[in-house]
Design a protein around this ligand. Structure first.
Ligand code: HEC
Length: 115
């Protein structure tokens, strides 16, 4: 009887450990989609300043264009910014490179950090 209990414990432990490993591998795959960490201050902010500020500077001259002058404002609609750049709806004038569009996507997918 003791032996059976011991064996049961071993089996349960092996199952727990292997299921943990499985999860870790899965997370790696998700992160692998955007391997490089994108920095808000050195990549996203300059990109917005150059390509979006003509209209999104909050001066009221471009009605309905959400103010993107601060990190808090950008972060509050990060998902929307990803969507409109993925679809090519924004920038309304000018264009982004494929790398810039991808950088925005990765930054948003990695929780739009103030990094
Ligand atoms: C030439 C002016 C102009 C430029 C440049 C521009 N936008 Fe816009 N944007 C607008 C206007 C005007 C709107 C209001 C909605 C519309 O007209 O489509 C808008 C709306 C948006 C919205 C809200 C979308 C919605 O569904 O309400 C987001 C997000 C956005 N812009 C992001 C950006 C980003 C990010 C950039 C830079 C990569 C950018 N825009 C560049 C003019 C501009």
């Amino acid at each position: 009887m003791r032996r059976v209990r011991f064996l049961t414990k071993v089996v349960v432990l092996v199952l727990i450990v292997s299921s943990c490993e499985y999860n870790v591998e899965n997370e790696d795959i998700v992160i692998g989609d955007c391997e490089t960490v994108i920095s808000y201050s050195s990549e996203i902010r300059p990109l917005i300043d150059t390509n979006c500020m003509p209209c999104h500077n909050g001066d009221g001259n471009t009605p309905f264009a959400p103010d993107l002058t601060t990190y808090a404002l950008v972060e509050s609609i990060a998902g929307l910014i990803k969507d409109v750049t993925q679809s090519g709806r924004m920038p309304k004038e000018g264009s982004l490179t494929t790398a810039e569009i991808e950088a925005i996507k990765c930054w948003v997918d990695n929780n739009a950090l103030n990094n």
